[in-house]
Design a binder for this molecule. Sequence first.
Ligand code: B12
Ligand code: SF4
Length: 490
Amino acid sequence: MNVLFIYNGSEHIGIQFLSSTLKAHGHSTSLLFDPAVFTGHSFLDIPFLKSFTNLDQEIVDKAVAQKPDLICFSCFTGNYSWCLQMAARIKSRCEVPVVFGGVHPTAVPKTVLQNSCVDYVVVGEGEDALLELLDCLQKGTVGFQGIANLGYKIGSDMHINPTRPYIKNLDLLPLPDKDLFYSKVPMLAEMYRVMTSRGCPFSCSFCGNSMLHRMYSHEKKHVRRRSVQNVLEELRIAKNKYRIKSIIFSDDIFTMSYDWLNEFIPLYKAEIGIPFSCTTHPNFIRQDIVDLLKEGGCWSMQMGIQSGSERIRKDIFHRNETTERIIQSGLMVKRSGIKLFVDIILGAPTETEDDIRDSLALIGKIKPDRLVSFFLTYYPETEIIDIALKNNLLDPLQYEQIQQGVIGYTHSSGSVSKSKVKLYSTYELMMQLRVLITNDSVYNGIESITPLLPFKGLISKIAKLLIAIKTKNMRYAFYIKYIFAKKDVP
Ligand code: B12
Ligand code: SF4
């Protein structure tokens, strides 16, 4: 059957696995893709420029003309409204079954299925459910009740089937169909993204994993990892096929197993040898891990610290690492010469100004090379929503808006209230300046005048740009190129 994926933002590893799985079973797949640099879902939030680069109408026209047998939308909370709007526009012009999958439908399948433009939802990992759905559609049968992970409707009755177990052996999946995206925007391959695992051992209250851990509470192990040889096979093929400048290991926590890394990294260095960046966690940094990664070509590591306040980390974010451990881990990475990027979240429920000052102080102690600061966004069915409800920080309307995906998104002010944005912007600027200015007395002088500065958002952005230049981080250049570099879009 002919299956069409429609997506906007960056490349999507989940779609790449779905596509390769379908192809391995004889189906054909295609993609309509909008890089959507200015929509705010993924990169920048500039509505004025969005109207110039809008590809929605072209996507609708092409989808209708293509006459696919099934259209697949992959939704996170930020792009869910866009997906709904696109599905409705297409369905108003032709009769085509539409399935929604991804993290948002996984969290709230019934809410998604309620929409008349959505025929099916798939929760959790979608490879097998999608194959079985196609099988049913092809045979013209209605055996939907036997398809685990599928949600469907009969008339106005909605049915969400039980969930199947996690895919235990990821090596059995075909390698991700990178061409699906790279044939449209070849430059995406320059920063080649790869996931060597699925799942995270932790369950931070704000993260999609806290939703998954609840849903899969019967599973013994949430983390599954591809074999070293399976990952190397993907990278060998990729190295021969694309112009890769760096590789990004996008796992939830790439450094979680020393044994795996100890087997992988020497082979990676010998056979692939491309500089790479990866994710880490304060509890999964050790000197031997850092040495191994540095030796293997790691140039940057991204580590979530989220808050400098032990109370916020433990009671609100459900993270168990100590401040001491965070500092030790951060300094260990820095001393090795690997660039350290850290994430911070502003706007946690019950967070006080003292808590934010603790975050600022922690950043001052670690002096990371780059700070990625977020204003908290509430994602459906994550544990932090329960905490916010308990503290009367969300009313029923806001709760409903979160399920509908219409309350803030990561690159706006998240879900924090407008009255707090000013305070958080001031601290965000201080944090960025703290990273930019490594000399303590110079920084202290500037910190005292920061609250008086106008255009804090703009100055924050300039500070981020200067930090990127200072650390020779090519991310901005990549984004600028991404705006123009389209071969076959949508
Ligand atoms: C790698 C990653 C990225 C990468 C690559 C994006 C990608 N999706 O590949 C980058 C850096 C670009 C990115 C960006 C963002 N990300 Co991100 N990202 C991740 C991460 C760590 C892994 C995603 C992944 O590849 N998983 C592995 C694949 C195999 O699983 P999957 O994507 O879930 O897909 C499977 C199923 O969901 C399902 N499925 C998915 N789509 C569909 C569609 C159909 C039709 C079907 C049937 C099934 C199906 O089948 C797939 C295969 O089994 C996740 C966290 C996580 N562990 O999932 C966050 C996560 C998805 N990201 C998140 C967010 C918020 C973002 C950003 C909006 C903001 C940001 N943090 O910068 C942007 C926007 C993304 C965009 N427009 O493309 C959130 C989403 C939360 C939510 N409820 O919305 C997550 C869950 C992290 C979190 N904070 O909790 N991200
Ligand atoms: S450690 Fe990172 S990926 Fe894992 S649950 Fe926490 S925030 Fe999510």
